[in-house]
Design a protein around this ligand. Structure first.
Ligand code: ADP
Length: 319
């Protein structure tokens, strides 16, 4: 291939810029031309496409968000929208496309692939919910943001002897809650992938108080319920004074960690290697520190799984 495109789509994630940079630089290094598609599939349908040179991705490796911007585009879910997208790609002579985003964005890449246009998916989401990769770009940065918040909440929780409930993002996945709960030393972690019993959680809190425990931190994944709802139930069951912190969109921002920048660079470069070999319909990922690729259609059919042993460990350490 001599001309490829790159877009970022869906929820933004720190490290997307590092991935865009890797795609552009790797392609130029191998004498290919690269076009940036702005605002995800929305920009693709509307032909918001510009040639990128090596300088256009300078000074972005450390920046959160995405210079290509992102958008949700309902029209791209239709056959008509997808055809418009392919027409635009053909107009610019683009032969392959790198799609950086979450599972929704992968669905778009899958559709283009099924219409015969080669696409490669790069996992960019703080949710860590893409099958076929142990880590997604942005997860490590979001995790560190959540831990920083938990550490600060812990200071005030211990001063005021209160039960704090922290609601974290992750959509339907519990990875961010599980990892941050484990790293932040939370008493209880609620994730969508594991059953929970409110009465038992309340009893554990009461037992802790009887032992002289001054404060508690509970992590609730947004995929389970809102922190406010959880707090109300706990207050009713324990009569404890609870406070709820919803971390919200701050979890999506900030400068990417070294780990996310390196992951983004490796994955972005591998996506270009696949297109150089005319391999479309693939998604890239990392398994046991090795960069891998797999069939994007097959991967989307697999459910995302939580690390069960890690969940058990979190329970053993929060007695
Ligand atoms: P994420 O990629 O972060 O999961 P979304 O689920 O919002 O975010 O998906 C991003 C975009 O991908 C959507 O706005 C839409 O343009 C496209 N998309 C999602 N699902 C499909 C689908 N089934 N077919 C085609 N395109 C899709």
């Amino acid at each position: 291939m001599k001309r490829i495109g790159v877009l970022t789509s869906g929820g933004d994630a720190p490290g997307m810029n590092a991935a865009v940079r890797a795609v552009v630089r790797k392609a130029i290094y191998h004498d290919m031309e690269v076009f940036g598609v702005y605002q995800g599939y929305h920009g693709l349908i509307n032909g918001h496409i510009e040639k990128l040179d090596r300088g256009s991705v300078g000074d972005i490796i450390h920046r959160g968000g995405t210079i290509l911007r992102s958008a949700r585009c309902l029209e791209f879910k239709t056959l008509e929208g997808q055809k418009k997208g392919i027409e635009q790609l053909e107009k610019f002579g683009i032969e392959g496309l790198v799609v950086i985003g979450g599972d929704g964005s992968y669905m778009g890449a899958k559709a283009l692939t099924e219409h015969g246009f080669p696409c490669v998916g790069v996992p960019g989401t703080i949710d860590n919910d893409i099958p076929g990769t142990e880590f997604t770009i942005g997860f490590d940065t979001a995790l560190n943001t959540v831990i920083d918040a938990i550490d600060k909440i812990r200071d005030t929780a211990s001063s005021h002897e209160r039960t704090f409930i922290v609601e974290v993002m992750g959509r339907h996945a519990g990875d961010l809650a599980l990892w941050s709960g484990l790293a932040g030393g939370a008493e209880t972690i609620l994730i969508p992938e594991a059953p929970y019993d409110m009465t038992k959680i309340a009893e554990k809190l009461k037992r802790g108080q009887e032992r002289g425990k001054k404060h508690s931190i509970i992590i609730v994944a947004e995929g389970v319920m809102t922190g406010a709802k959880f707090g109300a139930i706990i207050e009713e069951l324990t009569n404890f004074d609870t406070r709820v912190s919803v971390l919200g969109h701050m979890q999506r921002g900030g400068s990417p960690t070294a780990s996310d920048r390196v992951l983004a660079s490796r994955l972005g470069a591998h996506a270009v290697e696949l297109l150089m070999e005319h391999k479309g319909g693939r998604a890239v990922g990392i398994e046991q520190n090795q960069i891998v690729d797999y069939d994007i259609i097959e991967a989307l059919a697999k459910p995302h799984k939580i690390d069960q042993r890690m969940y058990e460990l979190s329970q053993e350490l929060s007695i």
